[in-house]
Design a protein around this ligand. Structure first.
Ligand SMILES: Cc1ncc(COP(=O)(O)O)c(C=O)c1O
Length: 437
């Protein structure tokens, strides 16, 4: 017999579908009036139905949708495991924190150890290094990839170096194979920040599959969204267990929410100074956090993941169109280029205003914003110049001149799948008119 609540659920979801088609119907584009953001959520009734479906379960914490999303995400990202968290920043924090576990013996990261990273980028690629009592060692970036200058890796190395954490800037791959070789040669951990790069490949392999750990963000600006959200990827069983422990309060037990005694020894073990048989559910082997994703977010993620191939395609097409249409402005801008042997899942289209241009970045950005065309700087520019790091123990390799150039002259515009060809043509025409009046 059909449960009457199932029939009600079906009716609710049908109504939600009808609601979405009315409430979020697309509106005509009016040049100069309709905003052209750099990024945004792209969704249909599927996402909203999954969200409502999960809310009707009223499970609230991690549950059936999270289990399904973790499996599907790992498959899509080419990883053995995906561990869901509540943001990309949390993913970076966990990727670093798990490497401090005593379970890793002499390979564990200890206060005062050094971690090589890039000066140009997003702060929460670097913050976990400081938050774990480690020292970030900044190398410069290079144009036109905006990625870390890998020729500086050797100069950054010291007898305290233990790890490398680098982001694939705006989805454009750095040479992760070369970094992996460097890390293997020097017994370093490698973390790939893929928060802006879900779906990019290098030499046919997905980004995130090169390092020991990789991270993703599902903030609305990103390739897929769960509102807030992120994930840690790894192919290593032991690292997965450590990430989960640090994510879930630092506990030793690995039971899923709502489950008990997965290990079969819930009341039959002895830990540290605790009495024999102390409930394993309340045994803590790490100084952890609670950074879990909720099932409602995971439900949205599942629906978004189905769209990922088409999102990647649209980002690439929009990028290619912009690259061709703005190609004649190479005397005024450094134009972006994909890394060799890569297929980037672009996050944005970066432009660096050349010194000889008869205008500066600020004038151009203000002009675009006045025409309702969204722009963004390349995140924190040269991070070492941000006030947050004034009093922090950091080390830099050389003068970081390109990071300064990025801070002073670079900005990016959107390529996200919500942009129509009409919008992108308007962006191109506006930039062209400004540059060659
Ligand atoms: C490279 C990079 N890493 C990490 C993050 C942090 O992600 P979240 O906003 O989900 O915390 C971002 C944010 O956009 C990012 O661009």
């Amino acid at each position: 017999m059909i449960d009457p609540s199932d029939a009600l659920r079906r009716r609710i979801l049908d109504l939600v579908t009808e609601y979405v088609s009315q409430a979020f119907a697309s509106k005509p584009f009016i040049p100069g009036q309709t905003p052209i953001p750099v990024a945004g959520r792209v969704f249909d009734a599927n996402e909203v139905c999954r969200l409502v479906d999960s809310s009707l379960d009223f499970w609230l914490t991690t549950g059936r949708f999270a289990d399904a999303f973790e499996l599907a995400l790992a498959r899509a990202a080419g990883a053995r495991y995906a561990i869901l968290v509540n943001s990309g920043s949390s993913a970076n924090l966990l990727a670093l924190a798990c490497l401090t576990s005593p379970a890793l013996g002499e390979r564990r990261l200890q206060p005062g150890d050094e971690v090589i990273t890039c000066a140009a980028g997003f702060p929460t690629t670097v913050n976990p290094v400081l938050q774990n009592g480690l020292i970030p060692v900044f190398i410069d970036a290079v144009l036109p990839s905006y990625n870390a200058d890998l020729t500086q890796l050797d100069a950054a190395l010291s007898d305290r170096t233990r790890a490398v954490i680098l982001a694939h800037t705006l989805g454009n791959p750095f040479d992760a194979e070369a970094v992996r070789d460097f890390c293997r040669r020097h017994r370093l951990w490698m973390i790939e920040d893929c928060c802006d790069a879900l779906g990019s490949t290098l030499r046919g392999k997905p980004l995130g599959s090169f390092g020991d750990l990789a991270t993703l963000s599902f903030y609305p600006a990103h390739h897929i969204t769960t509102g807030e959200g992120g994930a840690v990827l790894t192919h290593d069983d032991a690292l997965r267990r450590l990430v989960v422990s640090f994510r879930d309060w630092g506990r030793d037990c690995w039971c899923d929410p709502g489950r008990d005694n997965t290990c079969g020894g819930r009341f039959g073990q002895k830990f540290g100074g605790l009495p024999f048989g102390y409930d394993h559910k309340y045994v803590y082997s790490h100084v952890g956090y609670n950074l879990k994703m909720t099932d409602m977010q995971a439900a949205v993620g599942l629906a978004q993941l189905e769209k990922l191939p088409r999102f990647i395609e649209a980002r690439l097409n929009n990028f290619t169109f912009l690259r061709e249409a703005l190609g004649s402005l190479g005397d005024l801008f450094v134009l972006p280029g994909a890394a060799p042997e890569s297929r980037p899942s672009w996050f944005g289209f970066p432009l660096t205003v050349r010194e000889q241009a008869p205008f500066d970045r600020r004038a151009l950005i203000l002009h675009l914003e006045s025409r309702r065309i969204g722009t963004r700087l390349l995140f924190g520019g040269n991070l070492t110049r941000q006030p947050a790091y004034d009093k922090c123990h950091i080390r830099s390799v050389g003068p970081l001149q390109t990071a300064d150039l990025i801070m002073n002259r670079t900005f990016w515009i959107g390529v996200y799948p919500g942009l129509t060809r009409e919008m992108i043509e308007y962006v191109v025409a506006t930039i062209r008119r400004f540059c060659r009046p």
